[in-house]
Write a protein that binds this ligand. Structure first.
Ligand code: NAD
Length: 460
């Protein structure tokens, strides 16, 4: 038996023992996870600094606290989310009761990326445990310090129902040979396809949380300085390595210069004149990512605050203007601190541009025009839309978080996460007497047909 098979067998035995089903067990798991984050928060902060040079406050704000909020939301609502939901029955089936019961799936696999290695490992785990499953977590090998903390702490706080498997492609490939009851993957499109293919072998349902190019529309009705500050915040947080970061700006030529100046001012306010010296500015995760970002420069005119430094993997906050849709930086998800500004004649041009590309994970807009907001909502498709606050939607547990089309399939957070990791079982209960189904039994006669017609008169 391989190690992966062994791990899955152990978790399946736990699941089959029914220990994970009761509400109290689930609440206890969530409380233990919360305790881990509170008691050992400093371990996670240190690891996030080692992996990505995240400032401890940013680590709390964008990772640890987000998971704690997700846990608290689940603790508050889980009882009501699990109540069977009654549905009306049609006349032909009455008298009967029809309900939907949410049942656990079994053993689930969570594969996480490196960019928010705590949040994107543990938020899915909250949903998986709330739904009464056991789970294998595979953190990213590119955030090794965080993976090590998860590997050591999760079995300590959640000994029964969670296993952490560390490693990269080889270990994940081995895991993917096993049969899971759900696979929840966060990462890039390339590996997403590999996961989906492996899942198909076992007909395992998957949630794919992928990336893409999330655009920002800026028009003349907005407060340009305030908009630039929000864009700079969303873009340069974690050195641009955020799946919902604004990827590029779409705006009209008359606004470009002022917008670029305001973004530059915000960068200096956030990180000083030399962001390389700022403890609030992150680093690029690996040499290969650094080289990829260098390869995206070249086209257009760059305004950067600082010089790239390969040895420390410091890549400066950079705005690119004079960019054409065919330039390399517009051909892939940037996933780094480079912000291209693409000029379009008007909102029609922006909508046409967005519609011509793959459906993004998020669409952002800075406009005070209700008409423009309505048109963007109706005429484009994306995982989410946020007016005025890039990335902030994912901190709202009540909002489903996920992509559409190339940016992913399925969603989680809050109740939607519970549904993702549950089977919604239809349950019908009909008394044997009186036997109202008699009209449906053969032989079919004119009299029965008349009764059915009378009952279903409105339908035919
Ligand atoms: P990735 O796809 O390279 O890796 C994700 C996970 O897959 C890691 O755990 C990795 O070990 C594993 N993996 C790598 N190669 C594999 C293989 N051949 N077979 C099986 N598993 C393999 O993604 P990443 O570089 O860690 O993260 C960046 C990407 O993730 C970006 O595209 C970003 O947009 C996306 N992302 C999406 C979200 C979201 O919530 N939608 C969040 C963060 C990141």
């Amino acid at each position: 038996m391989t190690e992966a098979a062994d791990t899955v067998a152990r978790l399946r035995a736990t699941f089959d023992s029914r220990v994970t089903a009761p509400l109290d067990w689930r609440l206890a798991q969530l409380r233990a996870l919360r305790r881990m984050l509170v008691d050992r928060g400093a371990d996670f902060e240190r690891a996030l600094h080692d992996d990505l040079r995240k400032h401890p406050d940013e680590a709390r704000l964008t990772e640890i606290d987000v998971v704690v909020a997700e846990i608290d939301h689940a603790l508050r609502h889980l009882r009501s989310w699990l109540k069977p939901k009654r549905h009306p029955v049609p006349l032909l089936v009455a008298p009967a009761t029809a309900t939907v019961v949410r049942e656990p799936l079994g053993v689930v696999l969570i594969i996480a990326p490196w960019n928010y290695p705590v949040q994107l490992s543990l938020d899915p785990l909250v949903a998986a445990l709330a739904a009464g499953n056991t789970a294998v977590l595979k953190p990213s090998e590119l955030a090794p310090a965080t993976a090590a903390v998860l590997h050591s702490l999760l079995p300590e706080f959640l000994p029964e129902a969670v296993a952490v498997v560390t490693g990269g492609a080889d270990e994940t490939t081995e895991l993917l040979r096993e049969r899971f009851d759900h696979i929840f993957f966060t990462g890039g499109e390339r590996v997403g396809r590999i996961v989906a293919r492996a899942a198909a072998e076992h007909l395992t349902p998957t949630t794919l949380e992928l990336g893409g190019k999330s655009p920002v529309w800026v028009d003349g009705s907005t407060d340009l300085r305030a908009a630039a500050r929000r864009i700079a915040w969303g873009k340069f947080m974690n050195a641009g390595q955020t799946c919902v970061a604004p990827d590029y700006v779409l705006t009209t030529p008359d606004l470009t210069k002022r917008l670029v100046d305001f973004v530059g001012q915000s960068v200096r306010q956030f990180y000083g004149a030399d962001p390389a010296q700022s403890d609030s500015y992150g680093r690029i995760v690996s040499d290969s990512q650094f080289e990829r970002l260098e390869g995206l420069m070249g086209a257009g005119t760059a305004a950067a605050v600082g010089e790239p430094d390969r040895s420390s993997r410091f890549f400066p906050p950079t705005v690119l203007t004079g960019i054409r849709p065919t330039d390399p930086v517009m051909q892939q998800e940037i996933f780094g601190p480079i912000l291209p500004v693409v000029e379009v004649p008007d909102l029609d041009g922006a909508i046409a541009h967005i519609r011509a590309g793959a459906k993004p994970l998020a669409l952002y807009a800075f406009t005070e025009s209700a008409g423009a907001r309505r048109r963007l909502l109706r005429e484009t498709s994306s995982g989410a839309v946020s007016f005025g606050a890039p990335s902030a939607h994912l901190a709202v547990p009540g909002l489903p978080f996920g992509g559409v089309g190339a940016s992913g399939m399925g969603a989680y957070h809050g109740e939607r996460g519970l549904v993702t990791f549950s089977h919604e079982k239809a349950v019908l209960s009909k008394p044997l007497h009186p036997d109202t189904l008699r009209v449906a039994y053969p032989p079919f006669t004119a009299r029965k047909d008349a009764i059915v017609r009378r009952v279903l008169g409105r339908l035919r």
